[in-house]
Design a protein around this ligand. Sequence first.
Ligand SMILES: O=c1ccn([C@H]2C[C@H](O)[C@@H](COP(=O)(O)OP(=O)(O)OP(=O)(O)O)O2)c(=O)[nH]1
Length: 154
Amino acid sequence: MRDVIGPSLHLIRLPHAAGLELPSYETAGAAGMDLRAAVEDDAVLEIPPGKRALVPTGFIMEIPQGYEAQIRPRSGLAFKNGITCLNTPGTIDSDYRGEVKVLLINHGEESFRVTRGMRIAQMVIAPVTQVQVREINETTATARGAGGFGSTGV
Ligand SMILES: O=c1ccn([C@H]2C[C@H](O)[C@@H](COP(=O)(O)OP(=O)(O)OP(=O)(O)O)O2)c(=O)[nH]1
């Protein structure tokens, strides 16, 4: 495994992830760790065109407080097979203690077979801030005001 300077991400491996690689950065500068499908060898997980599937990763995580994990598609799978994440980026809360799953959707023309150990998505650990919500009566004035949705031109 690649040496990384940063906070620790603690993982519990579930029985169906036995033998699978841990989520890992493929290159020194990778933003995301690739996640592998923890489907059984003999179980066929086929995603027909237009359909979706919740794919297990076989890991429970303890994300350090103040961080989240974002589950994002891999561009290679998207480009070659039309496979992407439906709820992208998927949000993994730091207090979530269930198995991390990846919601894939097949936007391609052909059925897609998910095999054991296949790198199906990537996971980015990012800092998050929780804010104190306070209701007010007036906001400060800005040059933009309510302009949006192309108000500055294309
Ligand atoms: O792609 C995903 C998205 C979410 N989750 C898990 C971790 C996350 O912490 C939890 C809840 O996700 P989210 O907040 O997106 O779901 P929700 O629809 O708001 O459900 P909930 O009411 O459980 O928060 O589900 C995954 O395993 N994969």
